[in-house]
Design a protein around this ligand. Structure first.
Ligand code: OGA
Ligand code: NI
Length: 328
């Protein structure tokens, strides 16, 4: 993957022999090597799924069984097609990907290798196609042709799912079902199509560093390769792929508006040690891409004398800046 980005802008050298030398070496460059303390222990016993709640949303919409079954099938087809679309983007000719390449997320549609390269201390082993899909979606023509139709369709589906989730979360807190939707929690969507190439020295680097998401919620679909881990009571737990399951992460902004009732979850992705690439699609709701001047703070109805606000009213961008500043 670094091959793609680092080689992209230099034409005067012998690319083929340099690529071959790099590939033959089966070594990763120094910039990818993470401190040992951030890497999994070699003999660590893998803990699977312990404590990650698995929730079956079947029937949540109270639709007839046949209808629910059809919806299921359509949904599964959409998930699969979306993963294929993202894989297709990353595996197409470099010349095509180049048109979307930027160093950071500056455009509505950007292809980035190591979007944190200049902010993070160490690089990670993945590439990302990022699309700011709401509230101001790109013109479909701006989306890569190989995944254009499915991205548009996927966003519709995932937005519907997010409405259901925000309703359930609102009700779980004793609020009106529409409370979070009315706060526009589902109105900003940043879509990240990740591609984790096989890494020749996976024990030295990571696919994604430990982080929390700067969203209200992130809806994550992963293929069957695995590597996602969540930090629970100071222990890394594998969020092993389950066919048909979608991972929902609580993000920083949900933590703010619930005054810490729902805490954002720290997670990371191990460098890919399998035989083939790993693909995942993260839909982040309400990211700082929502350049709204609207102020957000803990929901008033949740506050009491014993539970005073832990956060000030601020724009989403300011909350993100504040929280990230504190935690990095
Ligand atoms: C993310 C993320 C995990 C994954 O995009 O924020 O954590 O499995 N992705 O790709
Ligand atoms: Ni994340």
């Amino acid at each position: 993957m670094m091959l793609t980005s680092s080689a992209m802008f230099q034409s005067e050298y012998d690319r083929d022999s340099e690529l071959k030398a790099f590939d033959d070496s089966k070594k990763i460059r120094r910039i990818f090597i993470h401190p040992k303390s951030n890497l999994p222990a070699e003999s660590g016993s893998p803990v699977s799924l312990l404590g990650i709640p698995l929730i079956d949303l079947d029937g949540v919409d109270n639709k007839g069984t046949l209808r629910a079954q059809i919806i299921d099938e359509v949904r599964d087809a959409v998930l699969e097609e979306m993963m294929d679309g993202i894989r297709g983007f990353h595996e197409q000719d470099t010349e095509v990907k180049k048109q979307f390449y930027v160093r950071e997320f500056k455009r509505k549609v950007s292809f980035v290798s190591n979007f944190e390269l200049f902010h993070a201390p160490v690089a990670t082993w993945k590439d990302t196609l990022a699309c700011a899909m709401a509230p101001n979606p790109p013109d479909p023509q701006e989306l890569p042709a190989v995944c254009r139709d499915i991205v548009v369709q996927y966003i519709k589906q995932v937005k519907g799912l997010s409405y259901t989730l925000f309703e359930l979360l609102s009700e779980a807190l004793g609020l009106d079902a529409n409370h979070m939707k009315d706060m526009e929690c589902a109105e900003g969507i940043f879509l990240l199509g990740h591609y984790y190439p096989v890494c020749p020295e996976p024990e030295l680097t990571l696919g994604a560093r430990k982080h929390t998401d700067t969203s209200f919620l992130t809806v994550l679909v992963q293929d069957q390769v695995g590597g996602l881990q969540v930090l629970h009571e100071n222990q890394w737990i594998d969020a092993a792929p389950i066919p048909g399951a979608i991972v929902i992460n609580v993000g920083d902004l949900l933590q703010v508006i619930t005054n810490d009732r729902f805490k954002s979850i720290e997670h990371r992705v191990l460098a890919n040690r399998r035989l083939g690439p790993r693909v995942s699609v993260a839909g982040a709701f309400g990211t700082s891409f929502l350049r709204s001047s609207r102020l957000y703070g803990p929901i008033k109805e949740l506050l009491t004398e014993e539970n005073p606000p832990k956060y000030k009213e601020a724009t989403l961008r300011d909350h993100v800046a504040h929280l990230k500043g504190k935690r990095v």
